[in-house]
Design a binder for this molecule. Structure first.
Ligand code: HEM
Ligand code: HEM
Length: 178
């Protein structure tokens, strides 16, 4: 069965963005490379729009039917990982916006203000608009990194298994752009 154009394009756009944003996010939080923050946040907010659209597409079209036959446990792992990954594409940008927006840093997309920052005029420190939402966002954004990496690794390993061992169409039908 062929996959819809929306499924294939949304997958490639969001997959590349998520991998790059996770890499940049980890780098900037370890090195305090503050110059990268606005870029990470701007792309992150844009990914959120694509991710929500993809959720709508999945609700309308359902999940891709598996290629060929597979053992029950393999289908179950694929299902858990697909659900986990699509959830991550929503939770990550959402938690980022909770942390920055409610934390008083504001939400900007390449300079366009979506939510104003709330900095102390004397000290310049951010004053949280809602500390509970901000810290929940921070905990999710930081705490789910290993889960995100695990899902992505299992997902890629599964895709490679289809391509190299089963030698089926799973990867080619997702990555064909005509
Ligand atoms: C090199 C990286 C990747 C490869 C090779 C890859 C490969 C694939 C393939 C072949 C499918 C189709 C599975 C099927 O037909 O049943 C698929 C589906 C899916 N992939 Fe990936 N993927 C990659 C990265 C990612 C990333 C980073 C994410 C999200 C963070 C992701 C999320 C999904 C989701 C949610 C599906 C289910 C169908 C959909 O909603 O598009 N993938 N992937
Ligand atoms: C869309 C997908 C996104 C992904 C995959 C992602 C991923 C990450 C990761 C993995 C980190 C490092 C976490 C750590 O180890 O502390 C990070 C840091 C960060 N992200 Fe995101 N992010 C995304 C979107 C956003 C958005 C939309 C915002 C805000 C509007 C945001 C704001 C931040 C901030 C402020 C940090 C630094 C946190 C710190 O220094 O403690 N992110 N991101």
């Amino acid at each position: 069965m062929e996959l819809s154009k929306k499924t294939r394009y949304l997958h490639i756009i969001i997959a590349i963005s998520m991998i790059c944003l996770a890499g940049v996010g980890l780098y900037m939080s370890k090195t305090e490379a503050f110059a990268l923050y606005p870029i990470h946040k701007s792309f992150g907010v844009i990914v959120f729009i694509f991710a929500l659209y993809r959720v709508i597409v999945r609700i309308k079209e359902g999940w891709p039917a598996p290629v060929g036959v597979a053992a029950k446990f393999q289908l179950m792992i694929a299902k858990i990982v697909h659900w986990g990954l699509i959830l991550m594409t929503v939770i990550y940008p959402l938690s980022g916006m909770m942390m920055s927006g409610a934390g008083g840093h504001g939400i900007y997309v390449f300079g366009i203000e979506l939510l104003a920052s709330n900095y102390d005029s004397v000290t310049g420190d951010a004053i949280a608009l809602n500390p509970t939402i901000a810290s929940l966002g921070h905990e999710l954004h930081e705490g789910l990194v290993n889960v995100l990496i695990l899902f992505v690794v299992v997902h890629i390993a599964g895709a490679l298994k289809h391509h190299l061992i089963d030698k089926d169409e799973t990867i080619t039908r997702m990555f064909t752009f005509k």
